[in-house]
Design a protein around this ligand. Structure first.
Ligand SMILES: [Cu+2]
Length: 158
């Protein structure tokens, strides 16, 4: 652990040696302070609530892929950083695809600026696939095998 501290000090040459030395001494003196202060988390990650008592948008949710070629529910809302799991509860393959380069009609998909396209690939019957959404906004996605049959869905990330 002390080696990590030293490498951090040498990497960030901020001339704060007295401050860091004080931290090192405090860490050496108290085990509790060492464990809580040892993982140098970057500031600004205050959004991660520890206990799940959020309001409307859940941190994770499940969308079923049905035998009548629908996403159920077709629209889900989650909080930023949340995960959607697509569960193929039907007897045929489906995909959850939000990638304009892979669909027949580019208008069937859209995603917020800065978000990465995603594609589950073929999800076999009984299997599932998850995607985590780190960029807020609205994602329109589709199922490649049933795109022209109107199998479309929306994820809203708040
Ligand atoms: Cu489908």
């Amino acid at each position: 652990m002390s080696r990590i501290r030293i490498s951090e000090i040498t990497q960030n040459r901020l001339g704060r040696r007295s401050f860091l030395a004080g931290l090192a001494m405090a860490g050496a003196g108290t085990v509790v302070a060492c464990s809580s202060g040892g993982s140098a988390q970057p500031s600004g990650s205050s959004g991660g609530s520890s206990s799940g008592t959020s309001g409307q948008s859940a941190s994770s949710t499940t969308v079923k892929m049905t035998d009548d070629n629908k996403f159920d529910p077709a629209t889900v809302t989650i909080s930023k950083g949340g995960t959607v799991t697509w569960q193929n509860s039907s007897s045929t393959v489906h995909t959850a695809t939000c990638d304009a380069s892979k669909v027949a009609n580019k208008a069937d998909v859209s995603l917020p600026d800065g978000a990465q396209p995603f594609d589950s690939g073929l999800i076999q019957p009984g299997q599932s696939w998850s995607h985590t959404f780190d960029v807020a906004g609205t994602y329109k996605y589709t199922c490649i095998p049933h795109e022209t049959l109107g199998m479309h869905g929306t994820v809203i990330v708040q």
